[in-house]
Design a protein around this ligand. Structure first.
Ligand code: F6P
Length: 504
């Protein structure tokens, strides 16, 4: 605990190594992590002992690092604008990737007079494009085509109702996005949208003209009724939560233009090149991963927060939750043995709003929660007030980090700030498509690094499936409207009683 507010050394005083790093014009400052030179050395040794460098090389080389599903994790190929060959089992995937880019660009030019786009998808088929559409909506200089972009993810018809209240059926385009094309929320919502088009008087051929699909299951999309030439494929070597770089990101190109989509890919590609080639000691995704590992080892932390001081990035923590927790929320390692560490709980929302919600716990709670403060140097609006408001936003960001790190002593225990609460500062020069791409790729590569350090396969998600399987018999029991459902092999006594409650 600090002994006085002014004379106490900060936690940085322990640290002499370089604390500020930059890549792709983004700056990472780890000074408030309290990691000294010896600890950094040990962390980099630990990373090397985990064969991290080999893992990174294998990932970009298309090795089957997703061992449980026996496939590569090659989302980096989707943003490989250099088009250098990327081989999977000896075959270059870049011609197929390039063909999809060409089709996306052509579609941007074809859509004229479209008022509404309904993007139907959930999880990885939703978060990325939704975040990008929101994040870039008010960026100075970006041209929007002004279509209403509706994202339909939830099976709860409230979302459907909200969308249908404003969408104009005869000038709507529908994009059904599902890697598997079997996700119930998505296929049922898609059926509901088709029904709405029919009710609104659209003919069969108009509906066919309206429906597009993005999927790794082309046969499934065709069986649903989407025309072959309106299906954009992606591949099983792209994980759903890593798929925004594929045609899953179509809304970005359609709304902001193909050049903006290319910029988005270019930012991510630049970050990939950095991740692939920078030494570990200069490697932003690696350094960020190691700060988390350090806090796990020191404080056994169970949660961390990502707080973008940019309202446009309010969706970023939701995207990150799936990325981190679906990738690394696992207790068994690649070797089938229990792991020592795995993903902490991730949460966050835009600052400074977040300060007025849960920052009390950050400052004085019993848990230590590392924070990534994400700030943007340039204001994100060209309003006359923007400069003054932005200065206040940034001063809040800096002040919170300092208060958390240094703490403050007081006579009254209630007024004591313990301090030593670690954080990173990540500074983007501006928010545009390029830096948004770089930011997402930074965190993707950080998640992959953490998986390598923890010995976790970050590219499967077996735990999500069981609940989906159990939902089927429960749905059947609900549909029976009976109030005498008994416990069975699929339904336990508690759930049987709950079904009876819902049915009563
Ligand atoms: O439920 C988990 C999950 O499989 C995610 O991994 C995925 O992003 C989401 O569902 C949607 O899957 P799909 O794109 O196949 O519809």
């Amino acid at each position: 605990m600090s002994s006085s507010s002014t004379s106490t050394p900060t936690i940085t005083s322990l640290a002499t190594p370089k604390q500020v790093h930059s890549a792709v014009n983004m700056v990472l400052d780890t000074a408030y992590q309290g990691i000294d030179a010896a600890a950094w050395k040990a962390l980099f040794s630990e990373a090397r002992a985990s064969k991290l460098e080999q893992f990174i090389a294998d990932m970009f080389a298309g090795k089957h690092i997703n061992q449980s599903e026996d496939r590569p994790a090659l989302h980096s190929a989707l943003r490989n604008l250099s088009k250098t060959p990327v081989l999977i089992d000896g075959q270059d995937v870049m011609p197929a990737v390039t063909q999809v880019w060409q089709r996306i660009e052509a579609l941007c030019n074809q859509w004229v007079g479209v008022t509404d786009v309904i993007h139907i998808g959930i999880g990885g088929s939703d978060f990325g494009p939704r975040l990008a559409i929101e994040a870039l909506a008010h960026v100075p200089g970006i041209q929007s085509r002004g279509m209403r972009m509706h994202f339909l993810a939830n099976i709860d018809t409230a979302e459907l109702g909200r969308i249908l209240a404003t969408a104009k059926p005869h000038s709507t385009r529908v994009i059904i996005v599902s890697k598997s094309f079997t996700t119930l929320e998505t296929t049922m919502n898609a059926k509901a949208i088709v029904a709405w088009l029919k009710e609104s008087g659209c003919t069969q051929s108009q509906i066919a003209h309206t429906l597009y699909a993005v999927t790794a299951n082309v046969a499934g999309a065709k069986a649903f009724g989407v025309e072959q030439d309106q299906i954009f494929p992606f591949w099983d070597w792209v994980g759903g939560r890593y798929s925004v770089w594929s045609a899953v990101g179509l809304p970005i190109a359609l709304q902001y233009g193909f050049a903006a989509f290319e910029d988005f890919l270019a930012g991510a590609h630049a970050m990939d090149l950095h991740f692939q080639h920078a030494p570990l000691e200069e490697n932003l995704p690696v350094i960020m991963a190691l700060t988390l590992l350090y806090q796990q080892e020191q404080h056994d932390i169970k949660a961390y927060a990502a707080i973008p001081y940019a309202d446009a990035l309010d969706w970023f923590p939701k995207w990150l939750q799936q990325l981190d927790m679906e990738s690394n929320g696992k207790s068994v390692g690649r070797d089938g043995k229990p792991v020592k560490h795995s993903s902490p709980v991730v949460f966050g929302s835009a600052g400074s709003n977040a300060q007025h919600s849960y920052f009390q716990l950050f400052h004085q709670g019993t848990e230590i929660i590392p924070i990534d403060f994400i700030a943007v140097r340039q204001p994100m609006s060209d309003r006359p007030e923007a400069v003054a408001h932005h200065r206040i936003l940034l001063s809040n960001c800096l002040a919170q980090a300092q208060a958390l790190a240094n703490g403050k002593d007081a006579e009254n225990p209630n007024d004591i700030y313990p301090g030593k609460r670690p954080s990173n500062l990540l500074l983007l020069p501006e928010l545009n498509a390029f830096y948004l791409g770089a930011l997402l790729a930074l965190y993707e590569n950080r998640a992959a690094t953490l998986g390598a350090l923890w010995n976790i396969n970050s590219f499967d998600q077996p735990g999500v499936e069981y609940g989906k399987v159990l939902a089927k018999p429960i749905e059947k029991a609900l549909a029976s409207h009976q109030i005498t459902i008994q416990a069975s092999a699929d339904i336990d006594a508690v759930t049987a009683a709950r079904i009876n409650l819902f049915n009563s």
